[in-house]
Design a protein around this ligand. Sequence first.
Ligand code: BG6
Ligand code: MG
Length: 216
Amino acid sequence: MQLNLAAFIFDLDGVITDTAEYHYLSWQRLADEEGIPFSRQDNEQFRGVSRRDCLEILLAGRNYPEKRVQELLVRKNNYYQDLINEISSANIIAGVLKLLKELKQYRIKLAVASASKNARFVIKKLGIEEIFDTISDGYSVKKTKPAPDLFLHTAEKLRIKPAACAVVEDASAGIEAALAAGMIAIGIGPAERVGKAHYRFDLPEEINLSDIIKVN
Ligand code: BG6
Ligand code: MG
């Protein structure tokens, strides 16, 4: 199947860069400090999910006062920011730059749509800010993934109809959001996680554009 696509919208953490691992390490550290059971496996549910929603999942019904909740959110973010302070273009996942350049050659619009409030900082650190036509982040909309809002907002900024947009995502919540937005979903990761996508690849470097887009 080949499609007439006008825009590619990329998730950031776990698609463009390996920061999904840093989110995990920060949650693990917080959970250990709080004596809350947490594992790499549990972290799979945190992909694409907002910081606050991740904490709700972690607390699993434990009734913490709001002040304490806020303190935990700040602490997790401090751990995460310590880690992303050190990143550079070396943290861009293999194949991503080649893919972005190829898409640009085809005059396809490029965007980032990330649930992260740190997305702009990360993109700057990676040195790829200039490549994108627009960037949406954790501040852009109220309802985060799996709601379609972030992707619809991004398509609107690009002035491109949702049906002409493809979304590249590593999170189950992100694939759900892309499908709810009426966009083509390209999943990166195992079928258990992104199997509902129209296309699935284990790694970004395996994406073969000529199978997906119509090249005029
Ligand atoms: C998403 C990550 O990109 O951003 C989630 O996949 C993370 O794991 C979310 O929780 C929010 O990030 P931040 O930087 O605002 O805490
Ligand atoms: Mg992601």
